[in-house]
Design a protein around this ligand. Structure first.
Ligand code: PAF
Length: 507
């Protein structure tokens, strides 16, 4: 692990890793398991992990704990070393070029994102965070940056910053890590006396109380917040509440009632220590995505899992078939991109569960049932050509996203987890070695009595297709940053499905 103190040193170190995937974990040090879980995630999704430690003066207000904020660099270095961090960036205040708190460019978050929660209590705090994180992004140029959900408002503000300023980085929010007692991990917990720590446990316990009510159907903000308050009074009588709010997790607006999702966020003081925590509620039905190369067994696994998990099988293949059928039935040439775009832009497609085990779903195109028609040999021979047309792909991805709004589905393809449903709760990247896939295909063809039985040729074909799939301009095959890879070599269909079902149920 390199420990670097200067921007030039860091840039020189990163030069050695060009074209590699870089994950960044920005921190203020005094590392705990919460940080280590971010590092672990970054390790599993990148080639290089950079951790920054910088106690950022811009995000501390007057009277806040900048001077006494816990600093423990020796321990941090050994924790990072032990966690496999590649580069630890520990710049000085001078390196981050913050000469005067009045004289520097600032990233100012939009008013509506700082109007409630911590915003009014910590004026200037989020501008300080956004400014320093923006600088870190420009210095490190990471592919993905990892932040904990404990600082929920910070996470929403940073996601919006990246979106609004087109910063080329993906922000990954990661779950809060709690101590066994339930207390949310925080560098500031070391300020707490033993007695205060006892009381601090009541904060998360009170939020969990509201979660139980939500799980049993309570959706009203007033009722959920009242439950937290009563529980807090009982469990943490000395906790001086600063705010307790239920907000929309996307735009932080206060909610009267949870429709799809909500967050209860809380802040207050125990003695002199300011503590925050939150709990996220989501009533949206789950989405599972299964991506991976051709021949890894995606469609068989997906069909089986849809039944077992009680999810709708979003058969995107059937959607592309329906689009192909539409073009054919209107006599549109597959070379005429303009006519195709015109025809496809107003397509109406509905997929409904099928009673027959023959079809994955019933397909209605512009209100006409086309379930059988789209499976003809002619359509089969044309569908991959149609699926590669930009306008078709764009329109069908839009329709898939629309269907996904309700959730409750499982979808397989090449870009389900990366492009279509980046919000999916469980993303699987199902793959198998080229040899394994060639062997399976070989057996399939033999079983079908098809005489193409040259295994070597099949192996080469699959390797070539993998390469083409990974470099194609439109939706190249790429594992989503947060997808879990399952290599199916030597596993039976049941074993693969069991593995995924376990992940789905969080076991
Ligand atoms: O969450 C933190 O520790 C800080 O706010 C951050 C993101 C490192 C910016 O200084």
């Amino acid at each position: 692990m390199r420990v670097l103190k200067t921007v030039l040193g860091l840039k020189a170190a990163l030069q050695e890793h060009q074209k590699q995937k870089v994950g960044l974990v920005p921190t203020m040090g005094a590392l705990h398991y919460g940080h280590l879980s971010l590092i672990e995630r970054a390790k599993s999704q990148n080639d290089i992990v950079v951790v920054s430690i910088f106690v950022n003066p811009l995000q501390f207000g007057q009277g806040e704990d900048y001077q006494r904020y816990p600093r423990n660099i020796d321990q941090d270095i050994s924790l990072c070393h032990g966690s496999g961090v590649d580069i630890l960036f520990v710049p000085s205040v001078e390196q981050m070029v913050i000469q005067s708190q009045q004289m520097h460019y600032t990233v100012v978050p939009p008013e509506h994102l700082i109007a409630n929660l911590c915003g009014p209590f910590r004026p200037g705090h989020f501008a300080g965070v956004a400014t320093i994180v923006c600088k870190l992004f420009n210095i490190v140029e990471p592919d993905t940056a990892y932040f904990g959900e404990k600082d929920f408002q910070q996470l929403v503000i940073l996601k919006k910053m990246v979106e609004d300023l087109n910063l080329p980085v993906f922000i990954k929010g990661c779950p809060t890590i709690h101590e066994p007692s339930g207390l949310a991990m925080s560098s500031r917990n070391i300020y707490l006396s033993a007695k205060e720590k006892e009381e601090a446990i009541g904060i998360n316990a009170s939020l969990t109380h509201a979660k139980r009510a939500f799980d049993s159907g309570q959706r009203l903000s007033s009722s959920l917040l009242a439950l937290v308050k009563v529980s807090l009074q009982e469990k943490s009588p000395n906790f001086k509440l600063q705010y307790l709010e239920l907000v929309d997790p996307n735009n932080l607006a206060q909610l009267e009632k949870i429709e799809d999702a909500g967050v209860i966020a809380i802040a207050g003081y125990l003695g002199k220590t300011r503590l925050i925590d939150n709990i996220i509620f989501n009533s949206q039905l789950p989405i599972v995505t299964i991506d991976g190369p051709a021949g890894a067994g995606k469609s068989t696994v997906t069909k089986k899992l849809a039944g077992e998990l009680g999810l709708l099988y979003l058969d995107t293949g059937a959607m592309y078939r329906a689009a192909t059928w539409l073009l054919k039935s209107q006599d549109i040439s597959l070379e005429d991109n303009i006519a195709i775009a015109e025809a496809i832009s107003s397509i109406e497609l509905e997929l409904l569960p099928s009673d027959s085990s023959k079809y994955s779903c019933e397909v209605y195109l512009n209100r006409e049932r086309v379930t059988e028609e789209i499976r003809s040999l002619e359509i089969t021979s044309l569908v991959s050509q149609v699926a590669a047309i930009d306008s078709v792909r764009a329109k069908l991805v839009e329709l898939q996203k629309d269907i996904g709004k309700k959730g409750g589905l499982i979808a397989e393809g090449r870009d389900m987890g990366t492009v279509v449903f980046p919000q999916a709760g469980l993303k699987i990247f199902l793959t198998a070695s080229v040899n394994e896939r060639a062997n399976r295909r070989f057996k399939d063809l033999q079983n079908q009595g098809i005489e193409k039985t040259n295994l070597e040729e099949l192996t080469q074909e699959i390797a070539k297709r993998d390469h083409q799939d990974s470099i194609r301009k439109n939706s190249p095959l790429r594992k989503a940053d947060d997808a879990i890879e399952i290599i199916t070599d030597g596993l039976t269909l049941e074993e693969v499905c069991q593995k995924i079902a376990k992940l789905y149920f969080g076991k």
